[in-house]
Ligand binder design. Sequence first.
Ligand SMILES: *[C@@H]1O[C@H](CO)[C@@H](O)[C@H](O)[C@H]1NC(C)=O
Ligand SMILES: *[C@@H]1O[C@H](CO)[C@@H](O)[C@H](O)[C@H]1NC(C)=O
Ligand SMILES: *[C@@H]1O[C@H](CO)[C@@H](O)[C@H](O)[C@H]1NC(C)=O
Ligand SMILES: *[C@@H]1O[C@H](CO)[C@@H](O)[C@H](O)[C@H]1NC(C)=O
Ligand SMILES: *[C@@H]1O[C@H](CO)[C@@H](O)[C@H](O)[C@H]1NC(C)=O
Ligand SMILES: *[C@@H]1O[C@H](CO)[C@@H](O)[C@H](O)[C@H]1NC(C)=O
Length: 300
Amino acid sequence: MHMGLYAVFCATSLLTISLLVLESLASPLPAPGRQCILNFCPNFADFPSRGKARPTLPQVLLKTNGQRLAYGLQPKPPMRRLWARKATPTTPEKRAPSPLPFAPPAVVPVERCGIVDLRSENGTSFGYVGQESFGGGLVSLNDTLIGALPICFTGDSGQTLLEGITINMGSWNLTDDFPLLGLIQGSDIEGSDIGPGSFNYLALGGIALPGSPPGSVPTYLNNSYTFTTGENRTAESSVWSIDINTGEIMPRWTNPNGTQPETFMFSIGGELFVGGDLEAFSTHFNQEIVPLAFHFEFIA
Ligand SMILES: *[C@@H]1O[C@H](CO)[C@@H](O)[C@H](O)[C@H]1NC(C)=O
Ligand SMILES: *[C@@H]1O[C@H](CO)[C@@H](O)[C@H](O)[C@H]1NC(C)=O
Ligand SMILES: *[C@@H]1O[C@H](CO)[C@@H](O)[C@H](O)[C@H]1NC(C)=O
Ligand SMILES: *[C@@H]1O[C@H](CO)[C@@H](O)[C@H](O)[C@H]1NC(C)=O
Ligand SMILES: *[C@@H]1O[C@H](CO)[C@@H](O)[C@H](O)[C@H]1NC(C)=O
Ligand SMILES: *[C@@H]1O[C@H](CO)[C@@H](O)[C@H](O)[C@H]1NC(C)=O
C-alpha cells in the first residue's frame, strides 16, 4: 500500500504545477534551491524563491484527459463533444431516448496529495502535521516543512466539499501498521463522546486498515495509541471533511449516539488534539492550549 503512495509522490512531484499552489499560500517557504520536503524524492523538489514572478501553468504536462483528471481538472470539453458525436451514428440501436447535446462529465475518483499546514487564530502558520510520532504513537506537529507529513486522499472529480474522507499518511514512522490518519479517544477520559460542556477530547493517531466507514460510531479499532501504550481506546478513521477550494480540513467525530458535534482543533506543546468545548477542556485539565485550523496544501 505505502509503496503505491511512494510511487504517486515520486511520479507527481515532477509536476511543477504544485509549486504554484505552495507559492500562493501565506505560510513560510523554505529558502530557494533544491530541497526535499517529502523525504521520498530528493532529486525532484526544487522550490522557487519567494516573490518571483509567478510562472505560467505548464500546460504541456497535462496533455491527455487522463492526466487532467489525475490532477482534479475536468476533461477538455472539445474531447467530450468528439466522443458524443462519434458514439451516436456508429451505434444507432443504442441511442438514448432523449440524447443530451453533451455527455455529462464522468465522475471519477481523483487522488490528491499534499501536506497539512496548521494555522493559529491570528492566521499565522503554526507548523505542520508532522511525520514523526510522539511517544504514545500519536501524530504530532512539526515546525518545519521538511518534517511535514505527506498525506493523500481520494474524492470524486467535480466535487469540492468532500465528506467522510479517509486520509492516508505517506510516511510517518508507524505507516506500515497504522496508515490512516484518524481520531482516538483521549487517554484520561471516560466515554467516547465530545460536545458542548464536555472536557472530553480526541488525539490524532494512526488507524490500521481497513479503518471504519464514514459516520460510524466509536469502536475499538486497532490504533497506534493502543498499540504503543496498551490502553484500550476507541477510534474512527473516515472522519475528514475537506473543502477542495479553500483547503480547509475539519474532523467530524461521530458520538456513540450518532450525533456529529462541532469540533475544535488545538495543540498543547507539540501534540495535536480535537475537542468539542475548548473552554471546558482547558479549565478541567488546567492547560494552555493553542486553537488551530487545519489547512491542506496540494503538492501533487
Ligand atoms: C499568533 O498566534 C500564535 C499562537 O497563539 C502565537 O504564537 C503568535 O505569536 C501569534 N502571532 C502574532 C503575530 O500575533
Ligand atoms: C517514531 O518516532 C518517535 C520520535 O522520534 C520515536 O520515539 C519512536 O520510537 C518511533 N517509533 C518507531 C516505531 O520508529
Ligand atoms: C521535525 O522534523 C525534522 C525533520 O524530519 C526532525 O529532524 C525534527 O526532529 C522534527 N521535530 C519535531 C519536534 O518532531
Ligand atoms: C494491531 O496491529 C499491530 C500491527 O500490525 C499488530 O501487531 C497487532 O496484533 C494488532 N492488534 C490487534 C488487537 O489486532
Ligand atoms: C477493548 O475494550 C472493549 C470493550 O470493553 C472490548 O470489547 C475489547 O475486546 C477490548 N480490546 C482489547 C484489545 O482489550
Ligand atoms: C448525543 O451525545 C452528545 C454528547 O454526549 C450530547 O451532547 C447530545 O445532546 C446527545 N444528543 C442526543 C440527541 O441524544
